[in-house]
Ligand binder design. Sequence first.
Ligand SMILES: *[C@@H]1O[C@H](CO)[C@@H](O)[C@H](O)[C@H]1NC(C)=O
Ligand SMILES: *[C@@H]1O[C@H](CO)[C@@H](O)[C@H](O)[C@H]1NC(C)=O
Ligand SMILES: *[C@@H]1O[C@H](CO)[C@@H](O)[C@H](O)[C@H]1NC(C)=O
Length: 198
Amino acid sequence: MDMRLIGTLSLVWLFMATAALAQSDNASVVDRNGNPLERGQEYYIRPAITDSGGRFTLINRTESCPLYAGQENTDSPEGLPVTFEPFAEEDDTVKVNRDFKLTFSAATTCIMSTTWMLGQNDTQSGRRLIVTGDDGGYGNYFRIVQAQFSGIYNIQWCPTQVCPTCRFLCGTVGNLRENGKLLLALDGSVLPVVFERA
Ligand SMILES: *[C@@H]1O[C@H](CO)[C@@H](O)[C@H](O)[C@H]1NC(C)=O
Ligand SMILES: *[C@@H]1O[C@H](CO)[C@@H](O)[C@H](O)[C@H]1NC(C)=O
Ligand SMILES: *[C@@H]1O[C@H](CO)[C@@H](O)[C@H](O)[C@H]1NC(C)=O
């Protein structure tokens, strides 16, 4: 075989091996019992720290639709579970730094999807809220990153797996209080979370 061809082939092989390695590098996100979050299973999301509100749930921010992603006011057994749908079809668990869609398991009076979606910049707070709906684009893809302690995570919007060449104004999910309701929002306080199998 031609030396140049061998060189090219081994480069291709090296590239494929590195790509495979980079993917297997991604640790699975684990719930409070240390089990990987599975595609399609229901999990509650709640703050990892006390006095930061309760489990995640749908919030009716206004009289009309859509519903927003938010939290119960208190650390009660209320709230709605979510299911995860990793972007990579071969991922049957949720892995850190990889994109997925997440959807509240709930039927609502709003005839629309309960999938999380990045909302517009809210004029009052100057923060981007998390609303529900399906924009068929990048707005529905979130990811989980490892926080300072094992088993504790942050949720981000930064869909660079879905679009590696895009430049996003990425953000981490925190909360804000509006009219006695806790809403999820980027661009401010950051809320570390844990996951509980429903
Ligand atoms: C995890 O996956 C993402 C997207 O596929 C990739 O950019 C990243 O380098 C991977 N590795 C780690 C260690 O997070
Ligand atoms: C909105 O939420 C309030 C309190 O959580 C509830 O009383 C009201 O019925 C809800 N409205 C709609 C349209 O779901
Ligand atoms: C949202 O709007 C505020 C003020 O209007 C601005 O300061 C902030 O940079 C905006 N944030 C984003 C993510 O566009």
